[in-house]
Design a binder for this molecule. Sequence first.
Ligand code: BTN
Length: 249
Amino acid sequence: MDLSEARLSQVLGVRPFQFFPQIGSTNDQALAWLSAGAPPGAVVLADEQTKGRGRLGRSWFAPPGTALMFSYLLCPSPQQLTYVGMVGALAVCEATERLGLSPGIKWPNDVWLDGRKLSGVLPEAAWHGENLVGVSLGIGVNIRIDFAATPFAETAVSLETVVGALDRADFLASILVRLDFWASRLSSDQLFEAWRSRLIVLGQQVSISGLSGIAESVDRHGALLVRDSSGTLQRVLAGDIALGQVREN
Ligand code: BTN
């Protein structure tokens, strides 16, 4: 067991954190903690989630002991909300690069390795009326999930299959260093450029939400700009990209 309260205390030092062997969703707990006054930089971590959420209304599941699943708290301004997901993808990417690997970001904020999904992020905001209390940046990383007999056998990858045995607490600490770095640079050119330069879809033929074309660029808010067959530049804010001409279900 590479995750425990004691081990996390060792690697997280003075950072406020909550660890749960099992919880519904770390994002739910983090949002509740935010409303109760948790500081930015605090972390909620679980070894297993029974109601883990993914993007676009999907669920996110990993057997106990096989993934890194946590929520990192930030207090951005409403104008900075659009950058929070970038921070998550970038931090995971950089921590993975530190292992000697070459991951990339599949728009908007999935981290891909060797043509498969390694990690996903789900930022969720807590509001009191019109006031933004903060954001829970949920991050899931496949560490040692066996995808062989699952529908994700061809589309997902676990980090340990590429680098060998990995200590989850150490890898978490490595991601947190980068989360702290970028969280203090939200909406900076430096953040935008670091995220943009890792995007793996630019210049490629893509299909997204019934639209096909060339993913030409991204704008400053992270929207994808796709040149469709009529030559019109379409702005896409959210969705799942398929590379090539494949249409989504
Ligand atoms: C995605 O790729 O669809 C995003 C997945 C995000 C999963 C993480 S695991 C920790 C946090 N808590 C959740 O319920 N979801 C996020």
